[in-house]
Design a binder for this molecule. Structure first.
Ligand code: NAP
Length: 371
């Protein structure tokens, strides 16, 4: 998702950019180009450029962007063409990596990490720290990335990760309760602000041989509390019910947020596990008469338990992230001749209620929630 926002922004605001070599997992460069065409250019995020350039959009993009088939987990990114490698060594000024396996897998718990995602992120950073030598290294660590705040238009998003998994499951009536500390701060940051901070980090750090970490989030400067989000989600889907694939609107009641695991487990036992046992018995006696009902209820329980398990480490996190380096970057930019209205990434300007109700959830339901 971030990649599309980044590519679009550069092409729109800096059409004089010389060249992007874009690494895409594909069998060859032609297939990489095809993937880029189908999976990136066709997306709505290019709407503004498409409106401006019409039929010239593709030629405009391909004059600047070269998709290259590769895979970052191999030596030389899996690129076999030695001439191309040579050219890339010579021509490339800045390397931006945003590739990641964003799946959560719990094997990492064996090593004391909540999931493989954060574990492998930490390993990746350690490798970079060890091997970057005197090359400038800027690590940007966004918190949970949400839909675009302003550019190229507000509300663009792809996929439903982190809080969005909870929002979509609630809207679809699959999730009625969740866990969370009343003081938990939900650290989210819109995708366009992340991309602007990446661009500014690149520009300001390009000639320094040191390493720097930028935390890009909102918890310190403009915190949003978990209870406000759950109220807003409940309000949104009460006012704008989700329509399922049969055209039926899904009725929701207020999302129940439990502040400790014991009450949550008691609720789950009474609300779901007991009825599941009763249905199991009834099915046994009545030749599986309630089979479908039991399957559906079982599915709901599994969705909730899986989400709770994944997000438990975050739902009870009450800290906030120190973004001093990012704040210093904002100050430096304000004092420079960079247009801060074009490269905004200060979360203090966000009115969370307005953003969640009028930008984020509408964007999520438009782009990421499938019936
Ligand atoms: N979304 C968030 O809330 C969030 C928050 C903090 C940080 N981030 C970070 O931001 C970056 C982008 O996240 P995203 O949400 O945009 O994720 P995404 O949509 O899943 O994009 C990840 C991309 O990485 C590519 N990739 C994975 N393994 C690769 C490999 N070995 N070689 C080449 N490409 C590979 C994937 O390619 P395929 O299409 O071939 O699978 C995919 O296009 C990631 O580093 C992520 O950790 C995201």
């Amino acid at each position: 998702m971030e990649l599309e926002v980044f590519v679009e922004k550069i092409l729109r605001v800096q059409p004089n950019v010389k060249r992007f070599s874009l690494l895409v997992r594909a069998s060859n460069n032609q297939a990489a180009t095809q993937r880029f065409r189908e999976e990136v250019i066709k997306k709505d995020i290019f709407r503004i450029l498409r409106n401006n350039l019409g039929a010239n959009l593709e030629s405009f993009i391909f004059e600047r962007v070269t998709p290259i088939s590769g895979d970052i987990s191999y030596e030389n990114f899996g690129i076999k063409d030695s001439i191309l490698i040579e050219e890339m060594w010579k021509d490339i000024d800045i390397v931006l990596n945003s590739a990641a396996t964003t799946n959560f897998d719990e094997r990492a718990k064996l090593y004391g990490w909540p999931n493989t995602y954060v574990y492998t992120k930490a390993l990746g950073e350690m490798l970079l720290e060890q091997f970057h030598q005197n090359l400038p290294l800027a690590i940007v660590r966004p918190t949970m990335v949400t839909s675009t705040y302003k550019e190229p238009f507000s509300g663009w998003i792809e996929g439903a990760r982190t809080i969005d998994g909870v929002i979509t499951a609630f809207g679809k009536g699959r999730l009625k309760s969740f866990l969370g500390h009343p003081n938990s701060i939900l650290d989210v940051i819109p995708a366009d602000m992340v991309v602007n901070s990446i661009i500014m980090a690149m520009v300001t750090h390009a000639n320094k041989s040191s390493q720097i970490i930028f935390h890009v989030g909102s918890s310190l400067r403009n915190p949003m509390k978990l209870p406000s989000l759950s109220d807003l989600i409940s309000l949104y889907f009460t006012q704008n019910p989700w329509i399922d694939r049969n055209g039926k609107s899904i009725k929701v009641s207020k999302l129940i947020v439990f502040s400790n695991i014991a009450t949550f487990q008691a609720y789950m036992a009474i609300r779901y596990k007991l009825p599941l046992k009763v249905l199991w018995l009834a099915n046994l006696m009545l030749c599986q008469y309630y089979r479908e009902i039991r399957i559906n209820l079982n599915r709901k329980v599994r969705v909730v338990m899986r989400m709770v398990d994944l997000y438990k480490p975050y739902a009870f996190f009450t800290g906030s992230f120190d973004d001093s380096n990012t704040e210093n970057l904002r100050v430096a930019i304000r004092e420079s001749d960079v247009d801060v209205n074009l490269f905004y990434f200060d979360p203090r300007c966000i009115d969370w209620e307005d953003y969640i109700m009028n930008t984020h959830i509408p964007g999520l339901t438009k782009y990421s929630m499938k019936p």
